[in-house]
Write a protein that binds this ligand. Structure first.
Ligand code: XIL
Length: 335
């Protein structure tokens, strides 16, 4: 068989992909995953809403299908995610009368959830995104005003890590966030992580989501993020890589965005160069980086097709709509 991404990068770091349960059923997508990747992350199946829809009921079907596929094919598995303000189940923050629960009740619910989910996949998941996106994009506040924060207080973060470490002492525990190349947000994330490491909270790594574009980040911004977090003694992973062909919201002020869904030759060339540059930086940081995961498999389907502009097709990945390697693929594997 031909070489895949995982083979080109075997001396560097595992190369992963976000999957949904449909993709792991026998077929061309499952074949592409097996040929190219040696790590996977469930795109949605292990989030609290989908996996824990009622207080006393879990829905393991989709998550099990993904975990079984990973085991059978010797693919590493990352868990995503245990404590996040989005995709939460309806029951989580209220009692049966609809009243907001107390700090104690919410902590107990969080602990139960983490213990049950991590317990089920113990030994099958090597790393977990324990807390996701706890820091706001702008302003000076360190903490996003989520329900977890408002009901429990800022120590919900350390509690989540403590529960996770108890549930599976051998799992690597990550804090995961996006926009980490923004200097202000990077600094605020750093401050939270520094508090945790100073207090010896069990945290082992930081995930840079990597929802970037063909325009950003620069090599310097990316290097600055990796260095800053690694300076805390934490491992760094790129957990949700994709390079949108459209400028991000905050870039639109400088650039004229086209909302047309075409993928032009100029965009293609820019994407090739950006992917090449980003992977050059990744390889240079092999001592600090312990994984790179793409957020989705091919341009046939990406979450960016509906975000942030509903119905605007995007082309952010290394495989085209037919699952064939794009020109950017060559740029990533030829070094
Ligand atoms: C996205 C999924 O890709 C979508 O299918 C879902 O509708 C919303 O969530 N940051 C994260 C991921 O940590 O969990 C998000 O995944 C993308 C942004």
């Amino acid at each position: 068989p031909e070489k895949g991404l995982k083979d080109y990068y075997k001396d560097y770091f595992p190369i992963g992909v976000a999957v949904n349960p449909r993709m792991v059923q026998p077929g061309p997508e499952a074949d592409l995953i097996k040929a190219q990747f040696n790590s996977m992350t469930p795109e949605n199946a292990m989030k609290m809403g989908p996996i824990h829809p009622e207080e006393n009921r879990y829905n393991w079907t989709d998550a099990d299908a993904i975990a079984d596929f990973a085991q059978q094919n010797n693919i590493k598995l990352r868990g995503h995610t245990l404590c996040w303000h989005n995709q939460t189940p309806r029951w989580l923050f209220t009692d049966t009368e609809g009243k907001t629960v107390s700090r104690e009740v919410l902590l107990a619910r969080l602990k139960r959830h983490i213990t049950d989910v991590m317990g089920r996949y113990k030994g099958k998941i090597y790393a977990w995104d324990v807390v996701n996106e706890a820091v706001p994009d702008t302003g000076t506040s360190l903490y996003r005003k989520s329900k977890f924060y408002e009901i429990i207080g800022e120590d919900y973060i350390e509690k989540a890590f403590e529960y996770a470490h108890e549930a599976d002492p051998s799992a690597q525990l990550f804090y995961n966030d996006y926009n980490t190349e923004n200097a202000s947000k990077r600094e605020r994330i750093y401050q939270i992580l520094k508090k945790l490491t100073d207090k010896k909270v069990p945290i082992h790594g930081v995930g840079l989501q990597g929802h970037w574009s063909i325009y950003e980040p620069t090599a310097q911004e990316l290097q600055a993020s990796i260095d800053k977090f690694a300076s805390l003694g934490l491992k760094v992973q790129i957990t949700e890589l994709d390079l949108s062909v459209y400028p991000k919201e905050h870039e639109r002020r400088q650039r004229r965005d086209t909302d047309k869904s075409e993928f032009t030759e100029a965009m293609r060339e820019k994407q090739v160069a950006q992917y090449k540059m980003i992977f050059d930086v990744f390889r240079k940081n092999r001592d600090k980086l312990t994984g790179v995961t793409f957020w989705n498999l091919s341009d046939r389907y990406s979450w960016l097709d509906n975000f942030p502009v509903p119905g605007r097709k995007d082309y952010p990945l290394l495989f085209d709509e037919k699952g064939q390697p794009k020109k950017a693929y060559e740029g990533v594997v030829k070094f």
